[in-house]
Design a protein. Structure first.
Lengths: 631, 126
């Protein structure tokens, strides 16, 4: 069975082709466009084959392959044999490379009909990136390594990963990260040889990457919520923070590009962010894989991998920044704008977003620096993040509500003052209404809830205005995302303020009252699974309409000998009832944790809305037939 | 801007939690919340049969620290594996508010040198 070797050679070939593409880009004056099309699709073919070979090895449980032995087992369910391919360092790097090949091939099609030089330079830079990452995989993260003698069975995949979430969270997240490679390449090419209207070309790709990344982060949050059994949806874990960095940069980027495209403003912002979004992605990769972070997500400890990625990051970050420094003078500043115009609002947004990025980066990286230089081990609590980000969120939300109603190129201070007045009025209403219901809102709760309602209401008003102007379908993506932000912020505020958790032991037949539900421990069962044995509790829930049963489990996986929790969640769309059980000492008393999570579904529904809206707009821009340049 | 920077650093300082190994924590009389990292000592887990309290010992091949925790232990928590607990030292016990199990199968507490571990292996202690 030499499929694995074929896969290995295919990857080497793919790397060689990427190198050729890189050289072709360097020789851009003497190479025709079609060459890049052929090279990028050839690379995709070979990388796809390599991925297929690894997939095959996992599915047939070929334990002569080190990667399969380390992370699989014959009793592992088929779904996880397939998606488990990217549940480890080497496999996920191959997924990264596959995404890069997909995006390169997509750009290779040149649907946007980019100007020749610009197209060739961009493809050349993409070739460089593919070459670098494939080299990294082959040299330091080779999934095709063989072992001898061949073991009879493998070490199985971590039970936490044996879950449907593994099917979509990593692919979406990596799609987002890698998507920014396109904006990186296009921005670099724009710095070197600007094409007229470069912002118009980059914007759809930025939207696609950011939309996919949003879906990836949202799915990760939802997965952690139901899988980890702690009932939280965001932990300010270093790896989570690492995904926020490119997300924030991407957020600022898509808006800056719009400003540049429409009125030529925020030009330098667009250029710098176009580069930074991808460097943030690589930084995230470095943090996760280097072993310098302790987190649920870390793949094994190996400083070599970290060093390579750090070097690569310096290599991809420094030259374009140097290029930027040299070329910025010739590119020129963007157009000036009135302080009360839409461009100004977007610039304000950028500033807040960058501040947020700094706060998160500082909190995440400082422990590394402290450990490396001062030999001190420390962690940063979530109070730090929340304490600093909320003051940034409130003015950001205000700006977000007002800016879409401001005009391009003209000032309209009246609208801003009106908006401010309405915001203050709304703050009062929110506090007043909650007061009438017996709730005394803290400052934090009041501000975050108001910010959410403000954005939600302003976005709905924007939807109404666009419908009146017959622009609804044209702006559907933007409207969906903006309303989604409102949904997310409101849900986050409500959930954080009013969620409740209770912890106790129960015996069979015992009833607990947790308004508005009565929860009774009806049965305990012992159930074998394909590769585990489980203690399953059956809770009867009253007060939820028809009879509802929640069946949380405590599983013991044979191969890795670890215990794991399967939570049970009942949702009515607006509130989650969340139950997990622990281990018993005497088989009569069972530890139970119950959460009430108001508006939890809204958190992820909001996130999905944001991601889909951006994806929709990105695809709309890429796939539309060439018309005269419109807004 | 300076005010902003001050705000960041100040909030930062207030929310830094230090992380110690069992050896380091012996000489530490701090009442601040902190984190303790090490391995769970084999056969040291004792559960309250009717309640939620759990007792176990965290070690780093050198010193041991008894830990008290009330609640459900997280997934991946296992004797002989890496663990990080956050809480405070009280009367010789580490009273934990939170228990975080490490993902890495081959976890080693940060300060242990590989030599030391190999020597322990040689003596059949691990």
């Amino acid at each position: 069975m030499y499929i694995v070797e074929i896969g290995h050679y295919a990857l080497i070939l793919g790397g060689g082709i990427a190198g050729a593409q890189m050289i072709a880009g360097y020789l851009y004056r003497r190479v025709v466009n079609d060459s890049f099309f052929v090279l990028s699709w050839a690379q995709l073919f070979f990388v796809f084959s390599a991925f297929g070979a690894l997939l095959y090895a996992h599915v047939v449980s070929d334990f002569s392959v080190l990667n399969v032995w380390q992370h699989s087992h014959t009793t592992k369910p088929l779904l996880y044999k397939i998606v488990g391919v990217w549940g480890n360092h080497e496999g996920s790097m191959l997924l990264w490379v596959l995404w890069l090949s997909v995006f390169s091939a997509a750009l290779g099609l040149n649907r946007q009909r980019l100007p020749d030089t610009y197209y060739r330079l961009t493809m050349g830079i993409l070739g460089f990136l593919s070459f670098g990452f494939i080299l990294f995989v082959l040299v330091s993260a080779n999934p095709f390594e063989r072992i001898w003698p061949i073991p009879l069975n493998g070490m199985d995949l971590n039970p936490l990963l044996q879950d449907p979430g593994l099917s979509f969270h990593p692919p979406l997240l990596y799609g987002g990260y890698v998507g920014f490679a396109i904006t990186f390449a296009m921005t670099w090419a724009a710095l070197y040889q600007p094409a007229v209207g470069w912002a118009r070309y980059i914007r759809p790709w930025a939207l696609l990457a950011w939309g996919i990344l949003t879906l990836g982060i949202t799915s990760g949050s939802w997965w952690a919520y139901y899988e980890l059994g702690w009932g939280g949806w965001w932990f300010w874990d270093p790896v989570e923070n690492a995904s926020l960095l490119p997300w924030l940069a991407g957020l600022a980027l898509i808006h800056s590009l719009k400003a540049q495209e429409t009125v030529g403003a925020l030009k330098l912002w667009s250029l710098v962010l176009g580069l930074w979004a991808f460097t943030c992605s690589i930084l995230g990769a470095f943090l996760v894989r280097s072993g310098v972070l302790s987190s649920v997500h870390t793949f094994a400890v190996d400083p070599d991998r970290g060093l390579f990625l750090l070097g690569f990051m310096a290599f991809t970050f420094l030259p374009p920044m140097l290029l930027f420094a040299r070329r910025a003078f010739y590119i020129g500043e963007g157009t000036r704008f009135h302080i009360a115009s839409r461009e100004s609002g977007l610039m304000l947004q950028n500033i807040f977003v960058m501040l947020g990025l700094f706060v998160i980066a500082y909190g995440t990286l400082y422990p590394l620096i402290a450990q490396g230089i001062f030999q001190k081990h420390l962690t940063i609590g979530d109070v730090y993040y929340r304490g600093l980000l909320l003051p940034l969120l409130v003015p950001f939300a205000f700006a977000m509500g007002v800016t879409p109603f401001l005009m391009w190129g003209q000032g309209n201070s009246q609208k801003i003052f009106r908006g401010f007045f309405m915001l203050v009025l709304m703050l009062g209403c929110v506090y007043g209404i909650s007061y009438c219901y017996g709730q005394r809102l803290s400052v934090t709760a009041l501000l975050s809830l108001s910010a959410g309602i403000w954005v939600f209401a302003a976005s709905l008003y924007l939807v109404w205005r666009q419908i009146k102007r017959s622009h609804f379908f044209k702006d559907l993506g933007m409207l969906l995302s903006h309303v989604g932000v409102g949904v997310f912020l409101i849900s986050m505020a409500i959930n954080t303020t009013w969620r409740e958790e209770r912890l106790f032991t129960m015996v069979l037949g015992e009833k607990i009252f947790f308004a508005p539900y009565t929860i009774k421990l009806g049965q305990m069962q012992r159930i074998p699974g394909q590769n585990y044995i489980s203690n399953r509790a059956i809770f009867d829930i009253e007060g939820a309409g028809s009879d509802v049963q929640l069946k949380p489990e405590r599983r013991f996986y044979y191969v890795q000998k670890t215990a794991m929790t399967e939570s049970a969640i009942y949702t009515n769309g607006f509130c989650n009832l969340y139950i997990t059980i622990g281990d018993t000492q005497n088989n009569t008393h069972w530890p139970v944790r119950i959460h009430m999570d108001p508006m939890a579904p809204g958190i992820w529904i909001g996130g999905v809305m944001i991601g889909l809206g951006a994806l929709w707009l990105g695809l709309q821009l890429l796939l539309k037939r060439r018309r005269r340049n419109e807004d | 801007m300076a005010a902003g920077l001050f705000l960041v650093l100040h909030t930062f300082q207030e929310n830094v939690t230090f992380y110690f190994t069992p050896s380091e924590i012996q000489t530490n009389n701090n009442q601040q919340p902190m984190r303790l990292g090490g391995l769970v000592l084999e056969n040291s887990i004792v559960r309250d049969p009717e309640g939620l309290a759990v007792r176990f010992v965290v070690h780093d091949f050198n010193c041991q620290v008894p830990v008290l925790y009330k609640g459900l232990l997280p997934d991946l928590f296992k004797e002989g594996k890496g663990i990080v607990v956050s809480g405070k030292m009280q009367n010789g016990f580490f009273v934990a508010d939170d228990v975080l199990a490490k993902h890495d199968e081959n976890y080693r507490p940060p300060k242990i040198s590989v030599d030391r571990l190999d020597k322990s292996l040689a003596h059949g202690l691990v």
